[in-house]
Design a protein around this ligand. Structure first.
Ligand SMILES: *Cc1c(COP(=O)(O)O)cnc(C)c1O
Length: 375
């Protein structure tokens, strides 16, 4: 068994830190230019380079994913209700609530844990103005089925995706415009595979919509003396954009390093009885997720405690469900979400980041084996 004597805790991820010389050069360019924010040269370059990786769609940078989502939803003429997944980060649902839109929870697909199109269909009434799904562990929602639902039943329905987990896939992010919906939000928070410390983006299939989002990002300002719409301050600073450019330079190396570690994890964990490996086979290496069903002789929570006792900090993404949070548990739709409820009890995200050593992956897998053997 590999040594489990770790000199410091191992967290579920470690932000990608570019070489210091690269960061220094990028930051020097910003401060030497005297332009620190308001869509300066670093911002423009980062938007172009990120858009180049998408495969489809038009991108606007924002100062974080949550503001981006809020800004997007504010421009889509929503009213009354929106159907949303409970198996997501609170920001997805809060963005609706902050705009006075009532969330209606629908269940997730039992396999990939993304918003279930079938469950959406059951809850789709005339009061619903949008569907908001989250792509989970790099798996896309069934975007084709959700688009079909709109085409067949409600042509005016808005389709929005929280894609905080998808940027940093190897290869193009989107294979079609349909995969974007009306808009997809990306998060570039430090814990995401690609990051700008804090940051985010919106991607939309239409250039005209991109222009509206850019206006909303900048107080609704369209000219020196014209403010045409309602907006907020969602701008990404030059400092953050410059860090993003430096991170982007090492992103493919990070993806390759994670892919190799993920292969090692998958090979070992596939052999563990009563453990399912949900992600780690690509194309996204944002998370390495395992699942322990409640019928098993051991539990997700006991595995998490065992790892924690040995200095390994794993995370329950997503737990609790948004529908279990104080702000939302009173909603009628918060009851009866069996697949999401099971996922929140059974899924565990293990450490995965490029700087990890293969020995550390072995140590973690040894701990999983030991816990399983003791069950
Ligand atoms: C990280 C994350 C967010 C929030 O993004 P920020 O950039 O931190 O505002 C929203 N949704 C999901 C699914 C996330 O993982």
């Amino acid at each position: 068994m590999a040594s489990t004597a770790l000199d410091r805790p191992v967290y579920v991820t470690r932000p990608v830190i570019p070489p210091w010389e690269n960061l220094e050069a990028a930051l020097r360019r910003v401060f030497d230019s005297g332009i620190l924010t308001n869509m300066g040269p670093a911002h423009v370059e980062l938007e172009e380079r990120l858009e180049g990786r998408l495969g489809a769609g038009h991108l606007s940078l924002w100062n974080n994913g949550t503001t981006a989502l809020l800004g997007a939803l504010s421009q889509l003429d929503l009213h009354d209700q929106a159907i949303v997944t409970p198996f997501t980060f609170p920001a997805t649902v809060h963005a609706l609530s902050l705009l006075g839109i009532e969330p209606v929870f629908a269940d997730v697909d039992p396999h990939d844990l993304t918003l279930s199109a079938e469950s959406v269909a059951e809850r789709l009434t005339d009061r619903v103005s949008a569907v908001v799904g989250t792509h989970v562990y790099g798996n896309f929602c069934d975007t084709a089925a959700i688009a079909r639902l709109r085409d067949e039943r409600r042509p005016d329905l808005r389709i929005v995706y929280d894609g905080a987990h998808i940027f940093g896939r190897s290869g193009p992010v989107f294979d079609s415009a349909e995969a974007i919906g009306d808009v997809t939000m990306l998060s570039f928070h430090a814990t995401k595979l690609f990051h700008t410390v804090e940051g985010g983006a919106l991607v939309t299939p239409e250039a005209a919509q991109q222009a509206r989002f850019r206006t909303a990002r900048n107080f609704g300002i369209t000219g020196e003396e014209s403010v045409e719409g309602v907006g907020l301050n969602g701008k990404m600073s030059e400092v953050h954009a410059a860090v993003g450019l430096a991170v982007l330079d090492v992103l493919d190396a990070e993806i390759d390093a994670r892919a190799a570690l993920a292969r090692q994890y998958v090979e070992r964990l596939d052999a563990v009885d009563g453990l399912e490996v949900l992600s780690g086979r690509g194309p996204s290496y944002q998370y390495l997720t395992v699942r322990v069903r409640t019928e098993e002789a051991w539990t997700r929570d006991s595995l998490r405690s065992h790892l924690l006792d040995h200095g390994i900090v794993s995370r329950k993404y997503f737990h609790p469900l948004c529908s279990e949070m104080d702000a939302y548990r009173h909603l009628r739709s918060a009851a009866d979400l069996p697949h999401a409820t099971a996922a929140a009890r059974e899924c565990l995200v293990l450490p995965l980041y490029g700087e990890m050593t293969p020995d550390l992956v072995d140590t973690i897998c040894d701990l999983v084996d030991a816990k399983r053997a003791a069950a």
